[in-house]
Design a binder for this molecule. Structure first.
Ligand code: KIV
Ligand code: NA
Length: 254
């Protein structure tokens, strides 16, 4: 299937089975997730924190994203691979199209960018170039420094309607889905009801959106130094790794 066909299939899931989405940044993880039937593999710019050791996503570059998108794409057979456009890579429509094309050449089926009304023109330019776009509203990590932290969004009726207006502008411009991050459950549920494309939630409460996305290291317990309050780990890989390495060290040194 082409990227456009995959994106259309995701759009149809508005009225189907909820979307199971995970981030992936490397070949073996992406291959396991694809084989496990994950719908959407997100090469998120959370890469900056959970793989590259930066304090936030504002350090991530196109070169980082291209390198990891290519690794994920080499592993993937069925899922739609969505790559984040990193900070400062989509400042004009022309720049947005050029960088989206580079991510597609690296193997992405689609791209994601953060923001609403002010990004609509860029979303339109990218979709008109034949590249599917996923939106991202609510908490926007690329703006964490301006915002002074990771805060809950959509708490007042004014904030909720601002997100709704942003979402409508993105849909009008052609997005096939919208990630909602740290939007309070009531608002996430309302947006999900109002919007014609699937919403994919993180930190929005369970069962408020048309799908969920989790950062793979949060699911696997492989990045124990920072775990967001909404994470629901299904494994404790960090402990397993420590135990295996200590066993190895004892064996070698004995
Ligand atoms: O970069 C990322 O992992 C993301 C998800 C949290 C949606 O954008
Ligand atoms: Na991201």
């Amino acid at each position: 299937m082409t990227g456009l066909q995959k994106a259309n299939a995701i759009r149809q899931r508005k009225h189907g089975v909820r979307l199971a989405t995970l981030t992936a940044y490397d070949y073996p993880t992406a291959r396991l997730l694809d084989e496990a039937g994950v719908d959407l593999l997100l090469v998120g710019d959370s890469l900056g924190m959970v793989v590259l050791g930066y304090p936030d996503t504002t350090h991530v570059t196109m070169e980082h994203m291209l390198h990891h998108t290519a690794a994920v794409a080499r592993a993937n057979t069925k899922a739609i691979v969505v790559a984040d456009l990193p900070i400062n890579s989509y400042q004009t429509p022309e720049m947005s199209v050029a960088n989206a094309r580079r991510l597609v050449e690296a193997g992405a089926d689609a791209v994601k960018l953060e923001g609403g009304i002010r990004q609509a023109e860029k979303v339109r330019a990218i979709t008109e170039a034949g590249i599917p776009v996923c939106g991202h509203l609510g908490m926007l990590p690329q703006r964490v420094l301006e915002e002074g932290g990771y805060k809950k969004k959509g708490k007042t009726p004014e904030q909720a309607s601002a997100i709704l207006e942003g979402a409508k502008a993105l849909i009008e411009a052609g997005v096939f889905a919208i990630v909602l991050e740290s939007v309070i459950p009531e608002t996430a549920r309302h947006l999900t009801r109002e919007l014609s494309v699937p919403t994919i939630g993180i930190g929005c409460g369970g069962d408020t959106c048309d799908g969920e996305v989790a950062v793979i290291t949060d699911l696997l317990g492989s990045y124990p130094w920072f775990v967001p309050p909404f994470a629901q780990p299904e494994a404790d890989l960090a402990s397993n790794i420590s135990r295996a390495v200590q066993a190895y060290r004892s064996r070698v040194q004995a």
